[in-house]
Design a protein around this ligand. Structure first.
Ligand SMILES: Cc1cc2nc3c(=O)[nH]c(=O)nc-3n(C[C@H](O)[C@H](O)[C@H](O)COP(=O)(O)O)c2cc1C
Length: 175
């Protein structure tokens, strides 16, 4: 039976460059069923201890975890805001971690990031990769695509930097 892979951008932007990257990555994966999601569909109130005490954990956190539970592997491209995850994703992650710390559920995962500038993608990836094992993350590898506009053709939806493209293909082959 074909593997099922969940590929999504950890960005709630409707014009997310990380979504463009992860969609391209997904298109390179042969012989697997690809699922995707929009984290905007999992928007919840900001995590607050008092809110959890009063109302419990929102159903959407359970729903998000259920999307991970049913797949064999993950490809996630994380947007960088001020050196860390975008707050929209961090909030989902925080609520999910209240269900249990194993948010990534030991699924083999490839972490990607792209940013308009030279350094932001690498910075958030370093954070995400370091943190992942504490949350049931089984990170097979990471790839930062800096300077998105120089390295990616948005019209065609493809990486144009041959070296980065080769790195991405090699990374995805580990899945
Ligand atoms: C609140 C905020 C903070 C950001 N901080 C940085 C930053 O510190 N350095 C940087 O190069 N880019 C920064 N950016 C630009 C983001 O890297 C860029 O918007 C993001 O990668 C876009 O990804 P997306 O289109 O997938 O959402 C920031 C953007 C926002 C909205």
């Amino acid at each position: 039976m074909a593997k099922t892979i969940l590929a999504f951008a950890a960005s709630n932007s409707s014009v997310s460059i990380n979504r463009q990257l992860v969609n391209y990555a997904a298109s390179l994966i042969d012989g697997a069923d690809i699922e995707t999601l929009d984290i905007h569909d999992y928007e919840m109130p900001i995590y607050r201890h008092d809110r959890e005490e009063a109302d419990g954990i929102p159903q959407l956190a359970h729903d998000f975890l259920a999307r991970i539970a049913v797949v064999d592997a993950l490809v996630v491209s994380v947007a960088e805001h001020n050196g860390s995850y975008a707050a929209a994703f961090k909030n989902i992650f925080d609520w999910c971690s209240r269900v249990g710390r194993e948010v990534w559920q030991n699924k083999p995962m490839v972490l990607l990031s792209t940013s308009p500038g030279p350094g932001a993608a690498g910075r958030v990836l370093a954070m995400a990769e370091t943190a992942a094992p504490h949350f049931g993350g089984n990170v097979l590898g990471t790839l930062a695509v800096p300077k998105f506009d120089e390295n990616f053709d948005s019209e065609e939806g493809v990486l144009t930097n041959a070296s980065l493209d080769a790195d991405l293909r090699a990374l995805l082959a580990k899945l």
